[in-house]
Design a protein around this ligand. Structure first.
Ligand SMILES: C[S@@+](CC[C@H](N)C(=O)[O-])C[C@H]1O[C@@H](n2cnc3c(N)ncnc32)[C@H](O)[C@@H]1O
Length: 232
């Protein structure tokens, strides 16, 4: 188990939901859109397939997916934070009305097994109390041969220039700016969520032990972000 508590995570994401997208743009200089788009380019979701976005938050990834597939049919977004889902519903109701938004736990969705062709999770895995349990549930939801893409920060072990950069970025840029909006405490959580968060080979190993047949890990943003690509 990682140092995160499911209930307090839900409350935290509810409290930041109205400013989440705005701050995401500031903190990533808008680049999170490019990384999410890259995830889709790697997975190539196609029209008619059934996809799920775990930890969908305010719906960014699901909406991008609908735009990519040129249809909002057969897309489900699931998140535990009801306020974030309200934002997602509002954002999607005009152009992507068929996306189904569900309040639920990514560790135990209670959805039927092996029904999805594809699965996405952007910046969600790090927030789960068990990355392994999250990957197990992802595997359970996918059809045999189904594909998944998981985008998140990379964690660094020991001392490294990239690790130092991440530390400076979080403590000198992210937290002070979030504090200007009264959300310093909430955003200082990012650093905590990276403690013991597996990256690279460790994520690959976890995914294979969760049942996936194939797993690959790619880095983005000069090694600051990672994409885990999976086949069930
Ligand atoms: C950093 S946000 C990412 C949101 C969105 N995927 C994006 O990329 O903009 C993480 C999301 O994970 C959700 N989350 C955390 N733990 C969860 C769980 N156990 N089940 C479902 N959602 C969870 C939070 O509520 C939050 O909306």
């Amino acid at each position: 188990m990682r140092p995160v508590n499911t209930k307090s995570i839900e409350e935290m994401f509810n409290s930041i939901s109205s400013k989440y997208d705005f701050l995401n743009d500031i903190f990533s200089f808008g680049l999170h859109r490019f990384w999410k788009r890259k995830l889709l380019d790697l997975l190539k979701p196609t029209f008619g397939e059934k996809w799920i976005d775990l930890c969908c938050g305010t719906g960014d990834m699901s909406i991008l997916l609908a735009r990519y597939m040129k249809s909002s049919e057969n897309i489900t977004g699931i998140d535990s934070a009801s306020q974030a889902l309200l934002v997602a519903r509002e954002r999607s109701k005009q152009n992507y009305p068929s996306i189904e938004w569900i309040k639920g736990d990514a560790l135990e969705t209670n959805l039927t097994s092996h029904q999805f062709d594809g699965l996405l999770m952007a910046y969600g895995l790090r927030n789960l109390s068990s990355s392994y349990a999250g990957l197990r549930e992802a595997f359970r939801l996918l059809k045999p041969g189904g594909r998944a893409g998981i985008l998140d920060f990379r964690s660094f072990e020991g001392r490294s220039i990239r690790g130092l950069f991440q530390e400076i970025y979080l403590s000198v840029y992210v937290v002070p700016i979030a504090s200007l909006f009264g959300l310093g405490k909430e955003y200082s959580y990012i650093k905590k969520s990276l403690i013991d968060f597996p990256s690279g080979e460790k994520q690959i190993h976890l995914a294979l032990s969760a049942g996936f047949k194939k797993a690959k890990y790619k880095t983005l943003a000069k090694g600051q972000m990672g994409i885990l690509l999976l086949e069930a």
